[in-house]
Ligand binder design. Sequence first.
Ligand SMILES: [Zn+2]
Length: 183
Amino acid sequence: MRTVTDVLAAMGGVGSTSNLRQAGVPRGSIEAGVLDASVQRIARGVYALPDADPLLVHAARHHAVPACVTAAAAAGLWVVSTPDVPHLAARHGRRIPGCVVHRGSVPPTYLDVVCQALRCLPPLDGLVVAESAVKKGLIQLPVLRERFPACGKSQSSAWWPESGPNPAPLSRRWPAICWKRRA
Ligand SMILES: [Zn+2]
């Protein structure tokens, strides 16, 4: 049987009671972990390892997780600039001190992260995240076009040409994209 600390470590150091129970951790093991201080209860029904990432702990206290550009950077996607404050996703969408909050599903999918970045960041920064996710095969372009309504047909054609084996890098297409967006 996997221990509560093993399971929390596999989850990145933070998890809810339901996450732990689904992973096969008995309720008694969670309580025992809290008693011997190998696990901390950081909010009602939310647990963390003592050395868990402070950002994940802060987010979990508010029933949120990294999203948008913060999740993109953590996933190794291209990010133009590190944001001043973390961007989180939470179903409740309420304000969380020191963070930008996106209302949405938890945890966000790669597609969610890309759509958040496209809506939230400056245009080039969002496109860089999107192009990175497409190039890494984490999302499919037709699905992104379908999911992201702000990306009209004419704009999406400029961003990602339908044909051609090797479309020009975004950095070379960007002046034409700006021109098309202003038109
Ligand atoms: Zn954001």
